[in-house]
Design a protein around this ligand. Sequence first.
Ligand SMILES: [Zn+2]
Length: 206
Amino acid sequence: MPRDSKDSDTTGVGPELKVETRTSDEYRALEDALKTLQDGAELPPQDDPWRVLGSLLAPDLRDRFQNRAGVEQPADTACIRRLITGEEDCSCADTRSWVDREREQIGTRNDPPHQPPHADHAALWLDGDGEPAVYSMHIYPGNVLNYTPSTTADPDQHQRNGWFDIVNWAEHWGLEVDIAPISWYNPFRTVTVLFYPPERNHQSTE
Ligand SMILES: [Zn+2]
């Protein structure tokens, strides 16, 4: 999937900190502590302390999402059409053309789509009964904010703010959308966007 190649995004990791902060004794102590934790966890070498912290926290962040959302495991195929239509299964990975994929990227609407605009590192999560419950995707905000579509999706290639694509798309297909600023995939670099049917959110507040 070409969209997974966005890992090469070169923006910095974590919050931008003042030089005084990054060179302070306290920050150095934090770096040392993270180094010790990294060695103990036998994680691959990382040069950035925020990457180390992200790697250490990622499994816990994912667990917390699963508990909070009440989901057990991801489906074999990350297809959001099942969430929209309630279909049992989908073979979209085999049957969808690249043209359709390009159009989906900006939320062109026809048949219930198989992925939302700007989908990246996506999963369709199943509840305890094996039913589709929540769709998650982890996106690099910089890839969405000023997005230039392919000529297939938009012959004029008008630059667009992809957040509108995502929100308008969700509204059109009757899904709610939520954003978690700290993702469990590449934490501190990506944000998690969640889609789910409206009734799901309202169950817990009744
Ligand atoms: Zn599908």
